[in-house]
Design a protein around this ligand. Structure first.
Ligand code: HEC
Length: 155
């Protein structure tokens, strides 16, 4: 009985693994590009957030590098990365809500708010940990304001 169950479980696991592989292989290149940008945001924000929380030892140079990277990534023109038909209703491999395509101006404004917050962090990150912490709210807030409005929760 136990053996049967584990065979069944292994079968289910491999079906799930195949499902994931298909989702990534078939993913629209524009979706791959924009989620890669998001990953770059998350990696660099992780460094700054870790220092703000005291989980990573504050290091002015490393903090400045992370903030510089954020500024650079916010300067990438994403306009070709959000083509029609890549919302989460039309395409199950994305979490982008259809509301994006109805509110491009607001999405752009939220993108600009992130760019501004990254510049503010760039000025603060190398000063000291208190300045970094003070700039963190605006930066993290810019990410979550857009996710709240335009990103579907994780399945
Ligand atoms: C202007 C809107 C906007 C801003 C600003 C924004 N995001 Fe996103 N983010 C999205 C949307 C929409 C998605 C879903 C994209 C998709 O699945 O196609 C997303 C997805 C993500 C993902 C998942 C990527 C993946 O591999 O599926 C991460 C991680 C992420 N964002 C991190 C961040 C961080 C960190 C910031 C701030 C530094 C940020 N985002 C700022 C809109 C935004």
């Amino acid at each position: 009985m136990i053996k049967k169950f584990s065979i069944l479980a292994a079968g289910l696991l491999s079906v799930a693994a195949i499902g994931t592989a298909i989702a990534h292989e078939g993913q629209n290149p524009a979706v791959k590009a924009r989620t890669s940008i998001m990953q770059l945001y998350a990696f660099n924000l992780g460094t700054l957030g870790g220092m703000a929380k005291g989980e990573i030892e504050y290091d002015a140079e490393a903090a400045t590098r992370a903030a510089n990277n954020l500024v650079v990534v916010t300067q990438i023109d994403q306009s070709a990365m959000w083509p029609a038909g890549t919302d989460n209703v039309s395409d199950s491999s994305t979490r982008a809500l259809p509301a994006i395509w109805e509110n491009f101006a607001d999405v752009g404004a939220k993108g600009q708010a992130l760019a501004d917050a990254a510049v503010a962090m760039q000025a603060a990150a190398g000063q000291d940990v208190e300045a970094l912490k003070a700039a963190m709210g605006q930066l993290g807030g810019a990410c979550s304001a857009c996710h709240k409005a335009y990103r579907a929760p994780q399945n």
